[in-house]
Write a protein that binds this ligand. Structure first.
Ligand code: ZN
Length: 98
């Protein structure tokens, strides 16, 4: 799946790199004040909401790897909206002591 995304942009790296704050969508790449460091990962700190994000710029397009120091997880399937709490009572079984 990811490989398909990369192949869609065969161009080499240009001045078209944009990274956005994962929290408030502030554009970080063009804001020097957001730049923190460039080691193995490029680190930005959003000046608007303070979210620290770390990106892998070796890929054709920057990949968001960490948010606030924790591995970034793309959208996960939402839990079933129809509650679930309280149903445990039905599953409770009484174990008669011998
Ligand atoms: Zn932000």
């Amino acid at each position: 799946m990811l490989a398909q995304l990369f192949k869609r942009k065969p161009k080499k790296r240009e001045q078209t790199t944009f990274v956005y704050c994962p929290t408030c969508r502030l554009e970080l790449c063009s804001r020097i004040e957001c730049f923190v460091e460039d080691t193995d990962l490029v680190k930005y700190k959003c000046t608007q909401c303070g979210t620290i994000s770390q990106w892998d710029f070796d890929a054709p397009t920057p990949i968001l790897l960490f948010v606030r120091g924790k591995p970034y997880k793309p959208m996960t399937a939402p839990r079933s909206a129809s509650g679930g709490e309280g149903d445990g009572r039905n599953l409770q079984t009484e174990c008669p002591l011998p």
